[in-house]
Design a protein around this ligand. Structure first.
Ligand code: 13P
Length: 258
């Protein structure tokens, strides 16, 4: 039987900065040089930057072999071809990405991505050697109606059905309640922990070893002053940071809390 406490101790933490459609090349240079100069990062924490597509090559050249991870915010479900404006998984891998977000709520809500498409993108990302970060979360109305677990389970199940549970061994999960994104209304550490534990238990029902290993990040109004309490929860393995990842001191503070 896997030992839950041992798994928790062994899981590294990940702090990921999702810039969304924000930022500039100058901010990227400043952010990366500050992150690389930072000496107070916890040894168990990795830091990942997810800038917009046009900045990936610059980020890769600034990071080189130094300990900072790079990823993208989206990818096409198609491998190549006549898909104007889309970016393939292979292109992302070629410019140095190791991670890619799939199923961010802004993609689901504003760009019509359903569970099937998200699952397809998850598979396509892994096929190109990328590690997908699968985002899940409920709206305020769904939470009010007691549907949080139903929604999160549906979003997770779509990927389990398509990719199989073993695929989570090379993926990251992120719980991002929609009502907490960009609102300043962070989920309390207890609220977040409850859903993270539910996600881990749902996976454990299929494969306890994978459930113990997979990193589950929390996202939604994480700031330097609330990160430590969130990241201290048993099933929270770091954060997916939006607004605060665009401010050097805020993001450094969150990384130090990692
Ligand atoms: P905020 O940190 O701005 O709430 O955004 C969270 C998010 O959507 C990260 O992917």
């Amino acid at each position: 039987m896997p030992n839950a406490q041992q798994d928790q101790a062994e899981r590294r933490h990940l702090v990921a900065g999702n810039w969304k459609m924000n930022g500039t090349a100058a901010l990227l240079r400043n952010m990366i040089s500050n992150l690389l100069d930072e000496s107070d990062l916890p040894a168990n924490t990795d830091v990942l930057l997810l800038p917009p597509f046009p900045y990936l090559t610059l980020a890769e050249s600034l990071i080189q072999d130094q300990p900072l991870l790079l990823g993208a915010q989206n990818l096409s479900a198609h491998e190549q071809g006549a898909h104007t404006g889309e970016v393939s998984a292979a292109m992302l891998a070629e410019v140095g990405c190791e991670y890619v977000l799939v199923g961010h709520s802004e993609r689901r809500e504003l760009h019509g991505e359903d569970d099937d498409l998200v699952a397809e993108k998850f598979v396509v990302a892994q096929r190109a050697g990328l590690r997908p970060i699968l985002c899940m979360g409920e709206s305020a109305k769904q939470r009010k109606n007691g549907l949080t677990e139903v929604i999160v389970k549906r979003q997770l199940q779509a990927v389990l059905d398509r990719a199989g549970v073993a695929a989570l061994g090379n993926a990251v999960l992120a719980y991002e309640p929609l009502w907490a994104i960009g609102t300043g209304k962070t989920a309390s550490p207890e609220q977040a922990q409850e859903v993270h534990a539910y996600i881990r238990q749902t996976i454990a029902a299929v494969d306890a070893r994978i459930a113990g290993q997979v990193q589950i990040l929390y996202g939604g109004s994480v700031k330097a002053d609330n990160a430590a309490d969130l990241f201290a929860q048993t099933d929270i393995d770091g954060g997916l940071i939006g607004g605060a990842s665009l401010q050097v001191e805020q993001f450094l503070g969150i990384c130090r809390a990692g």
